[in-house]
Design a binder for this molecule. Structure first.
Ligand code: MEV
Length: 377
């Protein structure tokens, strides 16, 4: 369970909030620093850091647990919106979420191979790939499937599905593929064109769902049933208008990308996977849907979430020790569940504002605060 925050947390000066968090989650001295030398070890031609504000969504309810979510974002309304939905949904059973195993695909392209040999060499290649993943298997992951096909331009494509456990998996899969090249060339003939993971992640999914009694949706002079009707119409609008679906999904990513940034995850891999998934059936579709049933509004979301809890930037960026301690998550699948729930909550808050008073009066008040330096609305 997340540490208990004082009820006045939101009203405290930022410095005091930080002190409260550091008392709740005391840091070890191994915390990466924001020194230039450290930046120089991480990237080429380093000359500084580019920090983003880090804020907290407190007591966010997922699967019967509460989480404090550290988000890195420059957009003023994001944390306020997720906190609003989190508070509201906590009173109605919270958000239920689940995640698939963290499957990453790898692709090996061969030029001039004899694809006719594939049926007889398939098991051999599969065994070689499984051997290359023994340490991943010991952690509960490893090879899940191998398939071969001949592409229209004559290239042979071998695809490997790997459960990468808590890692993002890029290093594991790219190393595997490159290790397989010599033997694969020998078995199938031909030469490697390229060997690289695929960021398409339709098997690495998070799902989230909530239900809330319709009468609790009343807002800005609209009754609960009227708000439910408007939210369902807005959900349909995103299915019928690509322009709307893109904005709808951007609102979901406001939260999910902010969590990915805070946890040092690869936001480009995440965004590429998400938008490919939204377009998987040809047209670009919203990642969440809403419907009314038996007096409840039901919100649902499904999206790929290639997120890691180890490796890459997850532990090497400044503040990462504190961020992971606050989150209290060690398994990637749990991070996926929380991220899916956050995406849905973010979307719900945006739709509530859009379909009630409109975005400018609530959401944009916060932007104004940034520009004018005014106190909290
Ligand atoms: C703004 O960052 C996000 C929204 O545009 C999302 C949406 O329209 O659903 C408010």
């Amino acid at each position: 369970m997340a540490g208990e925050l004082p009820p006045s947390f939101r009203k405290m000066p930022a410095q005091r909030r930080r002190e409260v968090l550091l008392q709740l989650y005391p840091q070890s001295d191994t915390e990466p620093t924001q020194d230039l030398d450290w930046a120089d070890r991480l990237v080429e031609n380093a000359f500084g850091w580019r920090p983003l504000p880090l804020g907290l969504v407190p007591d966010f309810p997922v699967n019967g647990k509460t989480y404090h979510l550290p988000l890195a974002t420059e957009e003023p309304s994001v944390i306020a919106a997720a906190s609003f939905s989190g508070r509201m949904l906590a009173r109605h059973g919270g958000i239920r979420a689940e995640a698939t195993p963290a499957i990453l695909r790898g692709q090996l392209f061969l030029e001039g191979a004899d694809f006719g040999r594939w049926p007889e060499v398939r098991v051999r290649i599969q065994d070689l790939a499984a051997e290359g993943l023994v340490s991943m298997s010991r952690r509960g992951g490893g090879l899940r499937k191998v398939e071969g096909e001949q592409l229209a331009n004559g290239l042979t494509l071998l695809t490997f599905w790997v459960d990468v456990c808590d890692a993002q998996g890029a290093n594991v899969v790219n190393t595997l593929l490159e290790g397989l090249v010599p033997k694969t060339e020998e078995l199938l003939g031909g030469k490697r064109l390229m060997a690289i993971l695929s960021n398409n992640s339709p098997e690495r999914l998070g799902r989230a769902e909530f239900s809330i009694p319709i009468e609790h949706l009343a807002r800005s002079g609209f009754s609960g049933p009227e708000m439910a009707r408007r939210l369902c119409l807005a959900s349909e609008a995103a299915q019928l208008s690509t322009d709307r679906a893109v904005t709808h999904n951007k609102g979901i990513m406001n939260g999910v990308t902010a969590l990915a940034l805070a946890t040092g995850n690869d936001t480009r891999a995440l965004e590429a996977a998400v938008h490919a998934y939204a377009a998987r059936n040809g047209g670009y579709q919203p990642l969440s849907r809403y419907r009314s049933e038996n007096g409840q509004l039901i919100g649902m979301l499904e999206m790929p979430l290639p997120l890691a809890t180890v490796g890459g930037g997850t532990r090497s960026l400044p503040q990462s020790g504190l961020i992971w301690d606050i989150l209290g998550i060690t398994r990637a699948t749990e991070l996926m569940e929380v991220a899916a729930a956050l995406g849905l909550a973010q979307n719900f808050a945006a739709l509530m504002a859009l379909c009630a008073e409109g975005i400018q009066s609530g959401h944009m008040k916060l932007h104004q605060r940034r520009l004018t330096g005014d106190e909290k609305p």
